[in-house]
Design a protein around this ligand. Structure first.
Ligand code: ADP
Ligand code: ADP
Length: 229
């Protein structure tokens, strides 16, 4: 569903991402794993359309989303992709329900449809009681649930995560792993998840891309990765 062909991203004369190719089927949970500075965020930003590859091609299904050779790049809003960052980036002046509804307003969905979607995703994440609270009034874990709900409300085909659990304490981080996998399974979307945490990668991924210095060093299912030397 997501396929990359010889993707390179240069900043000046150094490559943040070097000649990366892979493809994963629809519904996969791909983890990009590697140390700080290896190019994970740059990969995610290119998938989101926030950065353009210097060369190479990127496809979502049959859609060519970016081609560094021609300069073609589908705008972020047209990629059917949702993004969750480490910081929750909720609007502080909007309620929980208002935050979740916001991307649906941007997409100009009718009011009734918006209301139904907001309720549906709040229930999926167990935050319906928080509907009328403001982000400043709820916990970090609850805020991350709201961010997740807001991301899935427009029903993206691709979900992009940049270290979404790294601000949470250890117990909550484990709990949210399962929450996130549950949401991913319920939606059938294809996920790309950036982390430097090996345990997270091994417990969540269907596919792991081990990155180092802008390159993919290993690409495999997590159990096969462990079996390698
Ligand atoms: P990671 O997410 O794995 O920590 P990044 O994708 O943020 O890695 O960075 C990969 C490399 O690209 C690093 O060497 C970083 O300094 C460089 N880099 C990232 N963004 C920029 C930029 N906007 N300008 C110049 N260099 C950048
Ligand atoms: P407003 O847009 O008037 O500021 P809110 O921020 O409270 O209202 O809510 C935004 C939208 O979220 C509402 O228009 C409604 O569609 C939906 N919504 C609000 N509260 C709930 C709720 N308890 N259950 C389901 N949907 C809700």
């Amino acid at each position: 569903m997501i396929s990359l062909e010889n993707i390179t991203k240069s900043f000046g004369n150094s490559n943040a991402v070097s000649n990366v190719s892979f493809s994963v089927p629809e519904g996969s949970f791909l983890v990009l794993l590697g140390p700080s500075g290896c190019g994970k965020s740059t990969m995610l930003r290119m998938l989101a359309g926030l950065d353009q590859p210097t060369s190479g091609k990127m496809q979502f299904g049959d859609t060519l989303v970016a081609d560094g050779n021609t300069g073609h790049s589908l705008p972020p809003a047209d990629r059917n992709a949702g993004l969750v960052f480490q910081s929750y980036a909720l609007w502080p002046h909007m309620t929980v329900a208002g935050n979740i509804e916001w991307p649906l307003k941007v997409a100009k969905l009718p009011t009734e449809e918006r209301r139904a979607r907001v309720l549906e995703v709040m229930e999926m994440l167990g935050i319906e009681k928080l509907a009328n609270r403001y982000p400043g009034e709820i916990s970090g874990g609850q805020q991350q649930r709201v961010a997740l709900a807001r991301m899935i409300a427009p029903r993206p085909k691709v979900m992009l995560f940049d270290e979404p659990l790294s601000n949470l304490d250890a117990t909550l981080r484990v709990e949210m792993r399962f929450e996130l996998l549950k949401v991913h399974a319920a939606t059938g979307a294809t996920a790309v998840y950036v982390t430097h945490d090996q345990v997270e990668a091994m417990t969540m991924a269907t596919h792991v891309a081990v990155m180092n210095n802008g390159r993919i060093e290993q690409f495999d299912a997590p159990d096969r990765l462990l079996a390698e030397p």
